[in-house]
Design a protein around this ligand. Structure first.
Ligand code: ADP
Ligand code: MG
Length: 301
């Protein structure tokens, strides 16, 4: 029997076009792709994960590439599915990169430079006050956020005091904060697939913001990486176990070294508008993903 894989891919921002190319290239390798496998609509019956007529756990691989629409139910099934068939990314690395603290912790443990970070129980505000005195400026980060949403710059004890009632009101289990890194308000987004460098582009924060995310007013620009940036991204992707990764890197002006801000498990392809700007990595990225799916499904057979 031929190989068959399931795909759940984002459709906005040119995702639909990418998906078509991917399906076509897989077909050339003799791999059939079933698209639109949204686990939100799946049920588990008679011991199988069913999506319409498809027994998802009988597929040779599941490619999950939709960051924006992931619900708890989907993630729950993703976890179960990954026990039975290969998934890209693996559930473990997906779950890891969804959490900024867990990611920073494992990066640091493996000798990869990150911003200094601190985690404490929500009641341990004394500790937090000590840290702000030491660091002067810090960033409060929701561990599961994206697009710069919820990141809050705290520039001294006064600001922290003002913010505490809000943070307490938010009913958090813990506080995760990072030392505010002095940098030039630009970053590197480095895409890695299967341990190989795919592409690099830069983002620059808008003039009234310190965050480079496009959703926070940042803009994308062409940027050549150096070997240090590439190797750092490859190492970070490896430590996180991600087959596909988009690594965010900035240059710390005080420490005079590059630091990894986060590893994204579902980094977007270049949108049609960004392609016009000259971001031309989509085809190479698709090819590397096809190679990866080809190899993983062969291994399984
Ligand atoms: N410790 C930090 N110091 C200074 N700026 C930061 C720090 N952490 C994040 N930023 C800025 O905020 C942006 C978003 O942070 P990031 O950790 O990548 O989360 P997100 O998932 O929201 O993109 C970064 O691109 C960077 O511009
Ligand atoms: Mg980011």
């Amino acid at each position: 029997m031929g190989r068959k894989v399931g795909i759940w891919m984002y459709q906005n921002g040119g995702g639909d076009i990418i998906e078509k190319k991917l399906v076509k290239k897989l077909k050339k390798r003799g791999i059939k792709a079933v698209t639109g496998i949204n686990l939100r609509n799946a049920v588990v019956k008679k011991g199988h994960i069913l999506h319409g007529e498809t027994k998802v756990d009988k597929l040779d691989l599941f490619f999950s590439y939709n960051a924006g629409e992931q619900t708890q139910y989907q993630v729950y099934l993703y976890k179960a599915l990954n026990r039975v068939i290969p998934t890209i990314n693996s559930y473990e690395s997906f779950a890891l990169t969804e959490d900024k603290f867990q990611t920073a912790y494992i990066l640091k443990q493996n000798g990869i430079p990150t911003p200094e970070f601190f985690l404490c129980h929500r009641d341990d505000t004394k500790h937090l006050e000590k840290i702000i005195k030491k660091w002067k400026k810090m960033v409060y980060k929701p561990t599961d956020g994206w697009g710069g949403v919820g990141l809050t710059k705290i520039d001294g004890s006064e600001t922290l005091k003002m913010l505490m009632p809000f943070l307490n009101y938010a009913d958090l289990r813990y506080f995760y904060v990072e030392k505010f890194v002095k940098y030039d308000n630009t970053d590197f987004r480095v895409d890695i697939v299967d341990g190989k460098f795919v592409s690099c582009y830069g983002r620059k924060a808008g003039k009234d913001d310190w965050r480079t995310n496009v959703t926070s007013g940042g803009s994308v620009f062409l940027r050549e990486p150096n070997d240090e940036v590439i190797n750092l991204a490859i190492k970070a992707a490896k430590v996180c176990g991600t087959d596909i990764a988009g690594v965010d890197i900035i240059y710390d002006l005080e420490r005079e070294e590059y630091v990894v801000l986060e590893v994204n498990g579902i980094p977007a392809f270049a949108t049609p508008e960004q392609e016009k700007l000259g971001l031309d990595f989509n085809d190479r990225k698709i090819d590397l993903i096809v190679d990866l799916i080809d190899r993983k499904t062969k291994e399984k057979k």
